[in-house]
Design a protein around this ligand. Structure first.
Ligand code: GLC
Length: 418
């Protein structure tokens, strides 16, 4: 697995200078030929895997991601380093112009501070890395708080389903309606955001299609906690913000009846009652009450009609009518198991004493990856590998191995194998 992960990360590594302005870049693209650019959350996951193999590359990947952003602290969902995005990509990507954009104007689940802390911990060869990132990380998390929490309740809002990374998740079906993925209105949703300059406050004021997303906010809170630990001067500010977000998740998104966390949609902030892995994500927040976390595990994660499957953790509960285990073109978050889900939830499972269950989930993905390669996602029922091959963030499996105490082989032995 270590050798396979190293092979994928090397194969997908891209390094050079942007043609339009000579800005240097170094990042891992998720998979060729389909995903050739730099994606925000993919890059964070890549860096978390790279830190075990080559911490300098992990650092370069995160620094490139920051460089893709703006001076005001915005960091894009996708950066087009190699070739700018023109009108042909405009209907699909949230760019501000159709005449050549170097990045989108949309965001993606903002976990860079969490990744930064993990990479810094593996950077004994560059002890200044943790502090060097602080000015930009502060700007980024301050931008998110200022621009993406228009009602000031501590929960970030997304204005497009892709902004969570869970593009076609059934939890967005009802919210975005005819503008969701694979519907003609999708292009209008992108165009509408463009016309309003991706200004979340303006969009929230005029329209109903926006979400305070549980997964986005769980990663936001985890990242604020990481930033609080990294920042010796403003740490208390970020810790307070994390607390606010966690409290808002519990007070507003938790549904006592089902024991799940649901997104809040539209101006009325109605709970979207669809059970997806996002509903389980608050398990990763150690500030959540133990009984709430245990219920997520016992009533859902380990429930045979919900999330207990042969391979990994499915992206949607089995009993949801929208659940679909196998491959459907472009549809990816409607059932299949992804490695980043197990990555988020294995550690809290162990923390709560479910060591065997965490081990079983990780092992099932290792077996699937061994048989079918590091694929984009896996059929949760059969374990078959699906969609893209040599997929970058499935290399998170080596981080999961490291967490299980399985050390990396001698690097030289790995190199001989590849
Ligand atoms: C798909 C996934 C998204 C990911 C992107 C690049 O759009 O839904 O989560 O960031 O591919 O891998």
């Amino acid at each position: 697995m270590w050798a396979a992960a190293e092979r994928v990360l090397h194969q997908n590594w891209r390094q050079g200078h942007r043609e339009v302005d000579g800005v240097p870049y170094a990042f891992t693209c998720p998979a060729t030929p389909r995903y050739r650019h730099q994606w925000y959350w993919d890059s964070c996951f890549h860096a978390i895997a790279w830190r075990h193999l080559d911490p300098a590359r992990a650092r370069a990947e995160l620094q490139t991601l920051v460089r893709a952003g703006r001076l005001d602290g915005f960091i894009p969902h996708t950066a087009f380093w190699v070739t700018p995005a023109y009108w042909r990509r405009a209907p699909f990507y949230g760019t501000h112009t159709v005449f050549g954009a170097t990045a989108t104007s949309t965001i993606q689940t903002p976990l860079i501070a969490l990744a930064w802390e993990l990479v810094a911990a593996a950077s004994s060869d560059d002890p200044g890395f943790a502090r060097a990132g602080l000015p930009q990380l502060r700007l980024h998390y301050d931008w998110l708080e200022r621009e993406r929490d228009p009602d000031g309740d501590g929960l970030l809002t997304i204005i497009h389903p892709d902004e969570s990374g869970l593009d076609d998740s059934p939890k967005y079906d009802e919210v975005f309606g005819w503008m969701r993925h694979f519907r003609p209105g999708y292009f209008w949703l992108v165009e509408r955001c463009r016309r309003l300059s991706y200004d979340a406050a303006a969009i929230v004021e005029r329209y109903e299609e926006h979400v305070e997303d549980v997964l986005v906010n769980v990663f936001y809170a985890l990242s604020l906690r990481a930033l609080a630990r990294l920042d010796p001067d403003r740490g208390a500010v970020y810790a307070t913000r994390a607390q606010r977000t966690e409290a808002a998740l519990l007070a507003r998104c938790y549904d006592e009846r089902t024991g799940l966390f649901f997104d809040l949609a539209g101006r009325s902030e109605r709970q979207v009652r669809v059970s997806t892995w996002s509903s389980l994500a608050p398990l990763a927040l150690s500030s959540m009450p133990d009984d709430v976390r245990v219920r997520l595990v016992e009533d859902h994660l380990l429930h045979p009609r919900r999330y207990l499957v042969r391979c990994g953790i499915p992206s949607v509960a089995l009993e949801e009518p929208s659940f679909k285990a196998g491959f459907a073109l472009w549809k990816c978050w409607r059932g299949p198991s992804w490695v980043n889900t197990a990555w988020l939830l294995a550690a809290p499972l162990r923390e709560l004493g479910y060591d065997d269950e965490a081990e079983r989930i990780v092992r099932s993905l290792l077996i699937a990856a061994d048989r079918h390669g590091l694929r984009e996602y896996y059929n949760p029922i059969s374990g078959h590998g699906l969609a893209a091959r040599a997929f970058g963030f499935s290399t998170l499996l080596i981080d999961l191995l490291a967490q299980s105490g399985v050390a990396m082989r001698e690097p030289s032995a790995v190199r001989r194998m590849i």
